[in-house]
Ligand binder design. Structure first.
Ligand code: FAD
Length: 302
C-alpha cells in the first residue's frame, strides 16, 4: 500500500503529494485530469509572489515539481469508490484497486453552468465565474451577475467597487441572499437588480457584448449591453462518488477539522472539495500541505 494516496491532481493534491513525498514516505497521486480547474483558467494574478501567470503554465510547473520527487503519478484515472478495510481502498473506474494507509481526497469542485448559448463560447472572453480572480479585468466596464443567492450578491457588491455598473439577474421573484447582503447591495448607486429574469443568451462577437433575458412576469425579451457576465449559481464539489462513506455538509462538501481529517480515521481532505470557507489556488495549496502533515502525524501515531 501507499503510505499516502492522494486522489485529485489540482493545486491541493499536488501540494499534498509534495509535502508527503518530502517526508520520504511512499506517495501516489491519482487524477482524472492533472492540473484541475487551473487548466481552464487564463490569467492568474493572485497567486502570491507571481504577478501574472496562466493556468496551464502553472499546471505544468505543478507537475514538474511533483515529478521531482518519488511520487507515482497516475493521470487520466477516475476514482469511483472508497472503503476502509485493513487499508483504505480506492477503486478506480477501470477496475483497479489502490490501497493507502492514509488517503487524501482533493477532488475539487466545478462551477455550475447556466447552460445558455454564448456561455461556453465566451468563457474567458467576458464570461467569468470568480469575482476575486477576474473582477479587476472589468475595471470601469459594465457587467452582469447571474444569480441572487449569497455568492451572487457578494459578487455584485465586490464588483460594484471595481466596475462601472453591475446588473444582477435573478430567476426567482425574490433574491435569496441574506438580508444584510441585500441591504448593502441596495445601498450601492451603481447596481440594478432584475428579478424574474430568465437569462436567454450571452451575446458577443469575439467577446461578450451583452445579455438577453426574458422578463418572466411579462414574457418580454430584453437586451442589456455589457462587457462581462459573472455566473454565480453555485460551486459543486466533486464528491458524489463518496456517497455516504464520509461526512459531507448539505452542499456536499467534505467536512474536515483543522488537521484536514475527515470522519474516517486515516482519510484526509483538502481544497475545493472540502467545507473550507474560501476556494482559491493559494488556499487549496495550503490545505493540501495541512492534509499531508495531518496524514503524516496519523501514520507515526498508528
Ligand atoms: P481542482 O483544481 O478542482 O482539482 C481537482 C482534481 O481532482 C483534478 O485533478 C480533477 O481531475 C480530479 N478529480 C475530480 N474527481 C475525481 C475523481 N473521482 N477521481 C480522480 N480524480 C478526480 N483561483 C485563484 O486563486 N485565482 C484565480 O485567478 C482563479 N481563477 C479561476 C478561473 C476559473 C475559470 C476557475 C474554474 C477557477 C478559478 N480559480 C482561481 C479557483 C481555483 O482554480 C480553485 O480554487 C483550485 O483549482 C482548487 O484546487 P483543488 O486542487 O482543490 O481542486
Amino acid at each position: 500500500p501507499y503510505d499516502v494516496l492522494v486522489v485529485g491532481g489540482g493545486p491541493a493534491g499536488a501540494s499534498a503529494a509534495i509535502y508527503a513525498a518530502r517526508k520520504g514516505i511512499r506517495t501516489g497521486i491519482v487524477a482524472e485530469r492533472f492540473g484541475g480547474q487551473i487548466m481552464d483558467t487564463l490569467g492568474i494574478e493572485n497567486f502570491i509572489s507571481v504577478k501574472y501567470t496562466e493556468g496551464p503554465k502553472l499546471a505544468a510547473s505543478l507537475e514538474e515539481h511533483v515529478k521531482h520527487y518519488n511520487v507515482d503519478v497516475m493521470n487520466l484515472q477516475r476514482a469511483k469508490s472508497i472503503e476502509k478495510k485493513d487499508f483504505i481502498e480506492v477503486e478506480l473506474e477501470n477496475g483497479a484497486v489502490l490501497k493507502g494507509k492514509t488517503v487524501i481526497l482533493s477532488t475539487g469542485a466545478r462551477w455550475r453552468n447556466i447552460g445558455v448559448p454564448g456561455e461556453a463560447e465566451f468563457k474567458n472572453k467576458g464570461v467569468a465565474y470568480c469575482p476575486h480572480c477576474d473582477g479587476p479585468l472589468f475595471e470601469g466596464k459594465d457587467v452582469a451577475v447571474i444569480g441572487g443567492g449569497n455568492s451572487g450578491i457578494e459578487a455584485a457588491i465586490d464588483l460594484a467597487g471595481i466596475v462601472k455598473h453591475v446588473t444582477v439577474l435573478e430567476f426567482a421573484s425574490e433574491l435569496k441572499a441574506d438580508s444584510v447582503l441585500q441591504d448593502r447591495l441596495y445601498s450601492l448607486p451603481n447596481v440594478t437588480v432584475l428579478k424574474n429574469a430568465q437569462t436567454k443568451e450571452i451575446t458577443g462577437t469575439d467577446k461578450v457584448n451583452g445579455i438577453t433575458y426574458i422578463d418572466r412576469a411579462t414574457g418580454e425579451e430584453h437586451h442589456v449591453e455589457l462587457q462581462g457576465v459573472f455566473v454565480q449559481i453555485g460551486l459543486v464539489p466533486n464528491t458524489d462518488w463518496l456517497s455516504d462513506t464520509i461526512e459531507r455538509n448539505k452542499m456536499g462538501e467534505i467536512v474536515i477539522d483543522k488537521h484536514g481529517a475527515t470522519s474516517i480515521p486515516g482519510v484526509f481532505a483538502a481544497g475545493d472539495c472540502t467545507d473550507a470557507a474560501y476556494k482559491q489556488i493559494i488556499i487549496s495549496m495550503g490545505s493540501g500541505a495541512t492534509a499531508a502533515l495531518g496524514a503524516f502525524d496519523y501514520l507515526i501515531r498508528n
